[in-house]
Design a binder for this molecule. Structure first.
Ligand SMILES: Nc1ncnc2c1ncn2[C@@H]1O[C@H](COP(=O)(O)OP(=O)(O)O)[C@@H](O)[C@H]1O
Ligand SMILES: [Mg+2]
Length: 232
């Protein structure tokens, strides 16, 4: 459903992605794990055609209209309320505005429908960004650090929503620097360090490859072993 083959990206003379290769199957939850600056957002930007690669090839098995995107910078209109923000998107995507309230219900924001975005907590704002990303029921979802900066309770809510997306047949591509989140949610992960994928596969398989068994703490130690840096 999603693939990259030998992708290279440079900003000026600095190579930020080197020979990045991976594939994500339909209905899989795939996690790109790496510290800040590893190249995670750049990979999403290339896959969603917001940025050109300097080498290699990549593709998605659905049309751009069938993909959803939740980014770090959420691009919500601060002075408009939740429902108005979603209605703008509904109009752009030419889907009925009735879908806006459904999406707010999906992320448990129905009660805040009339609240302006600049009055929302971080967690609510994140959920609204997710509601907007799922508004048109995309078949492929890109989530860039969907839970970064959120309290554990709100993060768990987002995790539940990600599992719902999968249950409804979507393919999910997420980035995170949280090992626990990756192990909990992802069928497969790729460990990214300085634009290079140092390992990939099912978390438990990666751990086993390095003689480790306790998935979460061991995946962390595998990461440190391979890169020399900690994730968080
Ligand atoms: N528009 C840009 N111009 C120059 N350098 C950039 C640009 N965008 C990202 N970079 C650099 O590319 C590297 C990867 O960035 P990014 O993909 O944002 O990493 P991550 O999302 O993993 O934190 C970083 O070193 C960052 O400074
Ligand atoms: Mg990023």
């Amino acid at each position: 459903m999603i693939r990259m083959n030998g992708v290279v990206k440079r900003f000026g003379t600095k190579e930020v992605l080197s020979d990045v290769t991976f594939a994500v199957k339909e209905r899989e939850v795939f996690g790109l794990l790496g510290p800040s600056g590893a190249g995670k957002t750049t990979i999403i930007n290339i896959l969603t055609n917001q940025l050109d690669a300097d080498g290699g090839s990549h593709g998605i098995g659905v049309t751009p209209f069938e993909t959803g995107l939740m980014l770090d910078e959420d691009g919500l209109y601060a002075r408009l309320n939740c429902l108005e923000n979603l209605n703008i998107f509904a109009d752009i995507y030419k889907i009925p505005r009735s879908r806006s309230m459904e999406a707010l219900k999906d992320v448990c924001l129905a009660d805040a429908a009339k609240k302006p975005v600049n009055k929302l907590s971080n967690g609510m704002r994140q959920r609204l960004a997710l509601a907007r990303a799922i508004l048109h029921k995309p078949k492929v979802m890109f989530l860039d650090e969907p839970t970064s900066g959120l309290d554990p309770g709100t993060a768990r809510g987002i995790h539940k929503l990600i599992n719902n997306l999968r249950d409804n047949g979507a393919t999910v591509f997420l980035t995170t620097h949280n090992m626990e989140e990756a192990v909990k949610l992802c069928d497969n992960v790729a460990l990214l360090h300085k634009g290079i994928i140092v390992e990939r596969g099912a978390p438990a398989d990666i751990c086993r490859r390095y003689g480790a068994v306790k998935t979460v703490p061991d995946l962390e130690s595998v990461f440190i072993k391979l890169t020399g840096v900690e994730l968080e």
